[in-house]
Ligand binder design. Structure first.
Ligand code: 5GP
Ligand code: MG
Length: 192
């Protein structure tokens, strides 16, 4: 990133995972998925906006037929804790033609988002294989009983931004993942 005096990187209290570590792990995950699914065609469902950068980087490692669809799902509304609700349309706005589905999200937190979408995908498309992949796992906050098949990094119960993840629409473009300075996070004092 090009440093500047008004740089957003300085809004971080600390970097949790730097861009080199992220890129290395993304490449490892791509290799693992390619090997496990034996290079078969893949239907990818990416949950936006958070997984935008992750999916873009990951899929470019995979030299296999991929049908990519995205879904905008949000359980956070400009806050730092999940609202406990997600809004999903009655039917998916796409059809998946593959036997193998990979569902991707940025963070597995309470588990509501991933478990809801996973259940709906199984019901609607009855795939032979459905695997789930998340960049980050916050095991401590799990409410819904779901574990992802592939996890990039395990993290503590802290609110993170960067590499696709936002705070009120900002910081998604940071190449690293970090913790915001409390002065930049208006809701940091509200207990979850
Ligand atoms: P869940 O439904 O598992 O509670 O929430 C998952 C969603 O919450 C993720 O897709 C992500 O968008 C959002 N989320 C969870 N933890 C964080 C966090 O630390 N930072 C940001 N920016 N989003 C988060
Ligand atoms: Mg999300």
């Amino acid at each position: 990133m090009i440093p500047s005096s008004a740089g957003v990187l300085s809004d971080l209290e600390r970097v949790l995972i730097d861009s080199t570590a992220i890129q290395l792990r993304v490449a490892q995950l791509a290799h693992q998925i390619h090997r496990d699914l034996e290079g078969k065609p893949l239907g990818v469902v990416a949950l936006l906006d958070g997984s935008l950068f992750f999916v873009a980087d990951l899929l470019r490692h995979l030299d296999i037929p991929i049908q990519l669809h995205t879904l905008s799902v949000s359980s956070y509304h400009g806050e730092t804790t999940s609202s406990g609700r997600i809004e999903l349309a009655e039917k998916f706005p796409f059809h998946l033609q593959t036997e193998n589905i990979l569902l991707i999200d940025d963070i597995l937190d309470t588990g509501l988002t991933l478990s809801s979408v996973r259940e709906r995908l199984i019901r609607e498309f009855q795939p032979e294989v459905l695997r789930t992949l998340v960049l980050l796992n916050k095991q401590a906050r799990r409410i819904h009983p779901i574990q992802a098949d592939y996890v990039g990094f395990e993290i503590e119960d802290e609110f993170v931004v960067g590499y696709g993840m936002d705070y009120q629409g900002q910081y998604r473009h940071l190449p690293c993942i970090g913790i915001l300075n409390p002065s930049k996070n208006a809701l940091s004092s509200i207990p979850s």
